[in-house]
Design a protein around this ligand. Structure first.
Ligand code: AMP
Length: 142
């Protein structure tokens, strides 16, 4: 199973904001859309990623004033990405090593989707269930 399979099921929709968007508006967007992160884009280029964790960190350091700051002050600029052919195992490795839960999908320089740890777990469980069923049938039919 690879990234293309995951995106086929969930679609290629990615929530994005500009670097000038206020942190408070990102918090609202994350809450309304029930997501954990958005990509920061400018001229179709990925400038960064901001997740709920960045907002919590900023508020813990600067208090409520952090909510008035532009996203560019709070986002992570070095974004690790993946591509459509990457396997679910590669995604898990990347998320574990980087200690983050989101991976934008880039194909031919264009953003084509985003995969979260929730998507990875969901597909991993489905894969395990299928493997178990195949084994059960194999044993039953001896
Ligand atoms: P998350 O676990 O996705 O909420 O993110 C934890 C931290 O990692 C936050 O500081 C995010 O900005 C950052 N982060 C999330 N996804 C990525 C990514 N794909 N590449 C680099 N940093 C990321």
């Amino acid at each position: 199973m690879n990234v293309a399979t995951i995106l086929k099921a969930k679609g290629s929709d990615v929530s994005t904001v500009s670097p000038e968007t206020r942190v408070r508006d990102v918090a609202l967007l994350l809450t309304e859309r029930r997501i954990g992160a958005v990509l920061v884009m400018q001229d179709r280029q990925v400038m960064g990623i901001i997740s709920e964790r960045d907002i919590v960190k900023a508020v813990a350091r600067q208090g409520g004033e952090a909510l008035d700051a532009p996203v560019r002050d709070v986002m992570t600029s070095r974004v690790v990405t993946c591509s459509l052919n990457d396997s679910v195992d590669e995604l898990m490795d990347s998320m574990t090593q980087g200690r983050f839960r989101h991976l934008p999908v880039i194909e031919k320089g264009e953003l084509v989707g985003i995969v979260s740890i929730g998507d990875v777990v969901k597909h991993r469980i489905a894969e395990t269930v299928m493997e178990t069923e195949a084994l059960r049938l194999y044993i039953a039919n001896g």
